[in-house]
Design a protein around this ligand. Structure first.
Ligand code: EPZ
Length: 429
């Protein structure tokens, strides 16, 4: 299994190109199930999750073609892919595929919408919490499907097709909003989705669906109004920039000091994060090219943070911000409200010398003068990235084990950091 070796103590200086967003790319690929036409996605990141989802979609009958590199394309330039589901050959998503990636459960909505039936394995638990799917099923039932759970599978049926309905979510869920939206666009009649998630990735998918012929009002708001259409057609769409990747590198520059341009990053999708970092003493400027992040020798101020659905502080940057706060001059409090078990990085940060105490859903982070390198291991994607950036700010050598978590969601991480002067090397095998 690959490892990453980080020798800390170098300031980051340079430009980091921000890739297409994983959490937009995955549902956009799934949207290809909704049409016989070809969906062309530009700026698709090269990630293990993207390749895994391509395999899952192929099982349903989606032809997946990656365009060759054009001359002048850089290694970090996103890929262009064509997805065509001319015919759905299988409406079952089996356990061995779904268990590898939770978002693949989201095929449920498009499969019922297009074929009137779907059998999808329950995704099971994961390292950051229990993550139920009750709201996904509720949404399908509100659109006229029946959903039963048998032998670990959701068996959903809508013999005469889905019909528009009223969906009101008890809490904000990104996945359930994607599922409801993708099902409602092909349902007969009108649907209202209340308390919808407003994460920018939902807006990106909704805008792509509109290009495919869907009728959706209220995009980017908590209430989505959909008028069902009988069919959708193919289109071309460019995946939005990854705000979580951008936020991760912003924290890295904040931790090590230096001056980094996050090329292509969108400040409007990161307002709560950038405001929090500014409070902590990191200088942020928005330029035509992206976001410039700077910190000189000045110390970091502790800032309290609570994770919340968008536009609040994202749970996907909680671990990285905790990394930043381990170096603050004082104590900060970080509350996690989205996932009950998303503190697996705490004990690993402690191996680097961080002083963190957990009190239920709140971490009390007492800033330390220095971190020192150590062997560390992470159980999820964002926690792994946190350990890399903490390693960059630590004295000496850090070895990150189980790198496959990182490869699921960060494209060319070592290359991007190396280009800014970091001493980061992958050790294969
Ligand atoms: C998406 O997961 C993201 N995944 C996650 O990113 C992200 O952390 C999360 O949204 C929150 O922003 C993708 O986009 C692929 P939710 P999702 O449904 O949709 C509860 C990463 O690192 N809930 O918004 O699975 C749930 O348990 C990943 O890139 C129910 O109770 O998250 C949680 O407490 C990790 N019932 C809350 O809602 C349901 O039916 C929000 O989860 C569904 C969810």
């Amino acid at each position: 299994m690959d490892r990453i070796r980080i020798v800390g103590g170098h300031r980051l200086n340079g430009t980091i190109p921000i890739s297409g967003a994983k959490n937009a790319a995955l549902p956009l690929m799934i949207a290809s199930l909704l049409t016989e036409g070809t969906l062309t996605l530009e700026n698709l990141p090269r990630l293990a999750d993207v390749s895994q989802l391509a395999r899952i979609l192929a099982n349903h009958g989606v032809d997946y073609t990656i365009e060759g590199k054009r001359s002048g394309d850089s290694d970090t330039q996103g890929q262009t892919v064509h997805l065509a589901a001319r015919q759905i050959v299988d409406t079952t998503a089996p356990y061995d595929l779904v268990s590898k990636m939770r978002a693949s459960f989201w095929v449920l909505g498009p499969l019922i919408a297009r074929c009137g039936e779907a059998k999808v394995s329950l995704p099971g638990g994961c390292a950051i919490g229990t993550r139920p799917v009750d709201m996904h099923l509720q949404a399908m039932e509100n659109l006229g499907a029946t959903c039963e759970i048998e032998n670990g599978y959701v068996i959903a049926k809508a013999k005469n097709g889905l019909k528009g309905g009223h969906i009101s979510f008890a809490k904000v869920s990104v996945g359930a909003t994607h599922a409801a939206l993708m099902a409602a666009v092909l349902a007969r009649g009108d649907t209202i989705i209340e308390n919808a998630a407003t994460e920018p990735e939902i807006g990106d998918v909704a805008e792509c669906l509109v290009k495919m012929g869907a009728k959706i009002e209220g995009i980017h708001s908590r209430t989505l109004r959909i008028s069902g259409v009988t069919s959708l057609h193919g289109t071309e769409h460019t995946v939005i920039a990854d705000r979580i990747e951008a936020g991760t590198y912003a924290m890295a520059a904040g931790m090590t000091g230096g001056d980094v341009l996050l090329k292509g990053a969108r400040a409007d999708n990161l307002e709560s994060v950038l405001a929090t970092m500014q409070k902590a003493g990191v200088t942020i400027d928005t330029t035509n090219e992206g976001i410039r992040v700077r910190r000189n020798g000045a110390g970091l101020t502790p800032v309290d943070v609570t994770t919340d659905p968008y536009p609040g502080f994202p749970t996907d940057l909680q671990a990285q911000f905790m990394g930043l706060m381990t170096k603050a001059q004082g104590t900060s409090h970080i509350r996690e409200t989205i996932f009950e078990n998303r503190f697996m990085h705490v004990q690993e940060l402690a191996r680097l010398g961080a002083d963190i105490h957990l009190h239920g859903d709140m971490a009390e982070v007492r800033g330390v003068k220095k971190l020192t390198g150590a062997d560390v291991m992470a159980t999820d994607l964002r926690a792994s990235a946190t350990l890399v950036i903490a390693g960059l700010a630590a004295e000496g050598e850090t070895m990150l084990h189980r790198v496959y978590h990182l490869d699921r969601g960060f494209e060319a991480l070592e290359e991007k950091l190396q280009a800014c002067g970091a001493d980061v090397t992958r050790i294969s095998g």
